[in-house]
Design a protein around this ligand. Sequence first.
Ligand code: SF4
Ligand code: SF4
Length: 369
Amino acid sequence: MVTMQELIEEIDKCIDCHTCTLSCPIYAYTQKEIDAPYYRLQIARKIFNREKISSDEFQSIYNCPKCEKCQVTCPSEIKIVKVIGKAREELFNQGYELLAGHQGLRDGILQRKNSVKGDPERLLEYLPENFEFDETASTLYYAGCLPGYFMKEIANSSVQILKKIGIPFKVIKDEICCGSPLVDLGDVASAKKFFEENLEIFKAHGVKELIVSCSGCYRCFTKFYPEVLGKSIKVRHIVDVIADALKAGKIQFKKLSEKVIYHDPCHLSREFGKYDAPREILKKAAELVEFLNNRQAADCCGADSAVRAGFKELSVQVALKRVDQAVGRADSLVTSCPFCTFNLNYARRKNNRNIEIQYLTTFLLKVLE
Ligand code: SF4
Ligand code: SF4
């Protein structure tokens, strides 16, 4: 558990070099100093000292998708994202009101136990017809809210690929949200209840390991559960599962002549260093091309850490910038996060950009041998 004093000491490491400013995708769009990472740290200092903050300062703490790009450029190696996350938690605990979009997101999760207001009775409709899974398996395919209820093609293609690989796994109809958006809103007490409930559900079903499609779920089980609860469950992202299966010769793809560009999702790449696995997979299935800024230097899609729910226009404009970096370089853009897929595709569609945008398994299903 990190203390306020430790957080303030972290902020004190700032040498005002402003190197972080140019890396921030939100600052790049708003061009407001208040949105520069070093400025956000100073707002956080006020919050930790229980000083009143303005509405613009409040928004600056909440409009960061926690992409971590500032952290990798900061010469003082300040944990900027950790400070921003704790500032949100402190604001929530001090009784600041959430923005309307964030309040709606929180209410939806607390009422329906998923983040997209899906009908829990309909979760398993993503399964292909007559799909058979292994009731006795200790591995669970955990779809997550967006693939489970809204972007069903992601969950559908994921289970088909897992089946092809030959991994024994099951799915459950009482799956609930991992709790990640609640942490991002600062409501860690509610998140903790979801964490406890999830672990109880897994135990009741004899689940020892999860396979997830969502980089947000991956981050939550890997990082938030141990931080908040002191325990978690083994979790693998489907990208790693497919890359391992490819190496072991358990799955093959036919190679297309089309050019595919890979977008690194922040919560999988910068945060967990998963740069190679998706590229190894895509090289087998298409001609892989790269963004000029890729891997650690990749730009964020602008959606995550509840930014899409609270600041839609900002989020879509950040996504459009990323889409435009890909247009003309490839026939399709592939990524391994449902949120990135959704937001990039939304920006593309609304602005008539000529490129296909797909989640990794949706793309792979078409080239599966
Ligand atoms: S995490 Fe990303 S969006 Fe947030 S302050 Fe740093 S660079 Fe900006
Ligand atoms: S790069 Fe780091 S040290 Fe420099 S201004 Fe930004 S937060 Fe401060």
